[in-house]
Design a protein around this ligand. Sequence first.
Ligand SMILES: Cc1cc2nc3c(=O)[nH]c(=O)nc-3n(C[C@H](O)[C@H](O)[C@H](O)COP(=O)(O)OP(=O)(O)OC[C@H]3O[C@@H](n4cnc5c(N)ncnc54)[C@H](O)[C@@H]3O)c2cc1C
Length: 311
Amino acid sequence: MLGKRPASLYKARRLYKNCLPAERSRPYLRGHFLYFRPNTLTEAVRALAASGGQILAGGTDFFPLLVDRPPSECVVDISGLRELKGVIRDPQYIRIGGLTTWSEIIKTPLPRCFDALKLAAREIGGIQIQNRGTVAGNLCNASPAADSVPPLLALDAEVELVSHSGSRRMPLVDFIVGNRKTQRRPGEILSQVLIPRTIENAASTFLKLGARRYLVISIAMVAVVIEIDSARRVRQARVSVGSCSAVARRLVELERDLIGAPITSGLGSLVTAAHLNDLSPISDVRATATYRRDAALNLVGRALDSCGGNA
Ligand SMILES: Cc1cc2nc3c(=O)[nH]c(=O)nc-3n(C[C@H](O)[C@H](O)[C@H](O)COP(=O)(O)OP(=O)(O)OC[C@H]3O[C@@H](n4cnc5c(N)ncnc54)[C@H](O)[C@@H]3O)c2cc1C
């Protein structure tokens, strides 16, 4: 593949405007391409294996991180891989292609338990960002403030990673391991996010607090999924909090304490500060650690009340 210049190879002058003039005019640099836009997943993983290049999807995190520098490695632009776009339902899972954009998530009819993910999608940047930004990009960028992570954790999501040598799957909770750190190996593409179809009728919600109402990085955000039984008591509860630790976290003790609670009593009153002990918020330009912890406690209470009210 690298020997012959593929039809979908672009010189990407804008991307490389800061390269030396000699490099700019030659898409193959020292035997490699600078920018490649494959049409199939097979082509993409082969190009990644051969080049060790960087993946570009919607570019909404990729380009801001470069500031005004050119990319340091070859770029494999996967935005043309139609097979990674859209949502598919099979008997066991709802599968979200890695290249599905936030606008597509908002528009796609999905079961009730996805309401939190749809609410999060509406909060990701503005409409232009939602049209370009992808689900996999948000997860692989692994920002502590990535808005999709709490709702996907609350859905027990798994991710599939595909490389030249095969594919593997893991729970999302294991995939993101730190601030901008994931278990993704070089050459792997996050091809899809899989949601087990176990609690589709559960109520769910997402609340985000920022310094202003729109176009803002989260100070804290919360996703809640509540399933009730025929006696209108909680059968299953999932609560996750983002922006209050390096990686968004499920509040497992609170989830346990909610089981069996009657939804009529107002679930929000059941959360205590101790339920948030596993969070480790930091102080930064957006908020102090104390404010974040307090905000998270309030958001969890409100999200539980709202979810219980709609369950
Ligand atoms: C103005 C602005 C506002 C924003 N607001 C928000 C917000 O409110 N909330 C929020 O959570 N985010 C926000 N973002 C961040 C961004 O839009 C999202 O994280 C988006 O989902 C990233 O997707 P992308 O396709 O653009 O990723 P890209 O920028 O293309 O890629 C991001 C990273 O993921 C890797 N990558 C991408 N796709 C894959 C894949 N399939 N497999 C493996 N690696 C991959 C890339 O190599 C790169 O390291 C904002 C960004 C901007 C510019």
